[in-house]
Design a protein around this ligand. Structure first.
Ligand code: KDG
Length: 308
């Protein structure tokens, strides 16, 4: 299995509220943070794979068609005979977007370390996962740690998004698992909101220092329309945000992760990679949905005025 970025986690079917004056119209699409990231990697032109479990149901079949269309390798997605594919709703108000989940007992939450590929992960360049992968169940959390250890044995870099969802676990539990994962990672990509809830810190420099001190090699702090701070412990860079007409930030962080990893593999330069990803994430907020809004490489290059 030769794959640039293999993502591990749960894919979901999304129902996103449309602003048609009734608040009753929901547009169906796809989500699930690490699946979104795999699609972002593929749209930026590198090979992506997804490792998960889906239900033996219509939504699971829709996801398989999605990955096929998007050129995401799904040979490591298995089908659970009974448990369903999870779903979530996105509603919008003056405070932004809100998620309501129907995923308890879902197929992905029943992943166990036995679901990891029996041939090793050595053909993968980066293994990407998130704290959501760990929050959905204890067996999924065990699977995440087992995958990290197996990948690290083969020198595979670990990429981690702290995607912290209080609807899925407690602050104490989330903080404990996240703090145990960060030292195992080459790159950690928290959002400012997550990091502030998790650490009590609000200063971007203090947050990046905190995660570097915990053991991450590289920290990329996503601050929405305020931009990004990148630090590898030696060099630091603040990249300002883009002024775009944002209508839905769902999945912007996942778009960022995929775009960052793709560029990082290409250039080995985390600073220019974050500049590229910052633009990709901004563009993704100008459309509804976690997946439909992910720009491809031509769109990002055109926006930044660079060649592909
Ligand atoms: O980042 C967007 C995701 O949060 C969304 O697609 C749903 O995976 C999801 C989750 O668990 O919140």
């Amino acid at each position: 299995m030769k794959i640039d970025v293999l993502c591990l986690g749960e894919a979901l079917i999304e129902f996103n509220q449309l602003p048609d004056g009734t608040n009753n119209t929901f547009r169906s699409g796809f989500g699930g943070d690490t699946s979104n990231t795999a699609i972002s990697v593929s749209r930026q032109g590198m090979s992506a794979g997804f490792l998960s479990k889906i239900g033996k149901d219509q939504f699971g079949r829709e996801l398989l068609k999605l990955w096929q269309r998007e050129n995401v390798d799904y040979s490591n997605v298995s089908i659970h005979p009974e448990a369903p594919t999870g779903i979530y709703f996105v509603t919008h108000d003056a405070d932004g977007h809100h998620f309501t989940y129907y995923r308890k007992g879902s197929a992905a939450s029943q992943m166990t370390p036995m679901d990891l590929p029996t041939d090793d992960l050595s053909q993968v360049r980066i293994l990407h996962l998130s704290a959501i992968t760990q929050a959905i169940s204890s067996s999924s959390c065990e699977t995440a740690f087992a995958a990290i250890h197996q990948a690290r044995k083969h020198g595979v870099n670990i990429s981690y998004d702290t995607n912290f969802r209080l609807k899925l676990w407690s602050l104490e539990c989330g903080r404990d698992i996240i703090n145990r994962t960060v030292p195992l990672c080459e790159v950690v990509m928290p959002s400012l909101d997550d990091a502030s809830s998790l650490t009590g810190l609000i200063d971007p420099e203090a947050i990046t220092d905190h995660y570097l001190e915990l053991g991450a090699k590289l920290v990329v702090l996503k601050q929405g329309n305020r931009g990004v701070r990148v630090s590898d412990g030696k060099d630091n860079l603040h990249i300002p945000g883009h002024k775009v007409k944002a209508i839905d930030a769902t999945g912007a962080g996942d778009t960022f992760d995929g775009a960052f990893l793709t560029e990082w593999l290409r250039s080995n330069d985390p600073f220019s990679s974050a500049t590229y990803a910052n633009a990709a994430a901004a563009l993704s907020t100008t459309n509804y949905g976690a997946v439909d809004s992910i720009p491809n490489r031509n769109e990002v290059a055109k926006y930044l005025g660079i060649s592909t």
